[in-house]
Design a protein around this ligand. Structure first.
Ligand SMILES: Nc1ncnc2c1ncn2[C@@H]1O[C@H](COP(=O)(O)OP(=O)(O)O)[C@@H](O)[C@H]1O
Ligand SMILES: [Mg+2]
Length: 277
């Protein structure tokens, strides 16, 4: 437990699970993340939104330690990433998919089982078959355990990767665009598993292009633009709740970026956009 919290804060607040302070990431000459502060507490379901190139994947990679910060700190479950004390077995991570089909010749069950391996252990723990079955069941693919990955649809492959993260029975789940370009049944299966996980107290941070099926589930939205947080609070409301005619799209100037613009959601594609109020 950290003692840096101000005494005015109620002590009943759930403990921080993800703590990012003044995080900067550079890649070569580009300054990708420009001072990110973010605290996610136990049991929260947070959506990370923002246009392509705004830095969402870089932030998620910095969280799981695959990208090194040039400045600032990241703590997961109370442990600093730099101190090498993070209990990785309690964290599930689903990276952004590189392309559509990869043609990996493994079965769904093998891919899920690989989620039980860790850096130090390359054999499977006792009872792994049952755990793999449970994880595949969780994403609605219990009947596809012995299917080769390449015969599954893109959405089903993505569900297998989610099952691989779930098989560890994580306390924290970080997913980068898990439903981008996947079929409707896979989106619904994903929303259903997130709902169950959140119900069990798992903390979820999910990068999304649009809230879609998760609108009702997400308790908070963090929006990035040009490597900065420009909104942190209520998830964007569906556009239908607005008077569409009175809303004009704007691109705020830098001085306005401090004052997060209200967000609305496109009812057709569910994407979020800023609106003038
Ligand atoms: N390894 C890298 N080297 C150089 N530029 C990068 C690298 N990774 C990401 N970028 C750039 O950083 C910006 C943010 O990328 P990314 O985090 O992938 O954004 P998002 O996930 O929001 O689409 C983009 O302009 C991207 O081109
Ligand atoms: Mg990305």
């Amino acid at each position: 437990m950290r003692v840096t919290e101000r005494s005015t804060e109620p002590s009943t607040r759930p403990e921080p699970v993800i703590e990012v302070e003044r995080l900067h990431v550079h890649a070569g000459a580009s300054h990708i993340l420009r001072g990110i502060d973010l605290t996610v507490r136990k049991g929260e379901a947070v959506a990370l939104l923002g246009a392509n190139g705004s830095g969402k994947s870089t932030l998620v990679r910095a969280l799981v330690g695959t990208v090194a910060p040039s400045h600032g700190t990241v703590r997961l479950l109370g442990a600093g990433l730099d101190a090498d004390r993070v209990p990785w077995e309690r964290i599930g991570y689903v990276p952004q998919r590189a392309g559509a089909r990869t043609g990996v010749p493994s079965t769904a069950a093998e891919v899920v089982a690989s989620g039980l391996l860790s850096g130090r252990r390359w054999w499977l723990p006792r009872g792994w078959r049952a755990r793999v079955r449970t994880a595949l069941d969780e994403v609605g693919l219990a009947d596809r355990a012995s299917s080769a990955m390449h015969v599954l649809s893109g959405g089903q492959q993505q569900r297998v990767l989610i099952a691989r993260a779930l098989v560890r029975d994580p306390d924290v789940l970080v997913l980068d665009e898990p439903v981008a370009g996947v079929d409707r049944p896979s989106q619904e299966a994903f929303a259903a598993s997130v709902r169950r996980l959140v119900g069990r107290g798992v903390t979820v941070l999910v990068v999304l292009h649009e809230l879609g099926e998760l609108t009702e589930l997400v308790t908070r939205a963090v929006v990035l633009r040009h490597g900065r947080v420009v909104h942190d609070g209520a998830p964007p409301r569906p556009r239908a709740a607005h008077d569409a005619v009175s809303h004009r799209h704007v691109h705020p100037h830098d001085d306005e970026a401090r004052r997060p613009a209200p967000l609305t959601q496109n009812p057709v594609n569910g994407s979020t956009e800023e609106v003038a109020s």
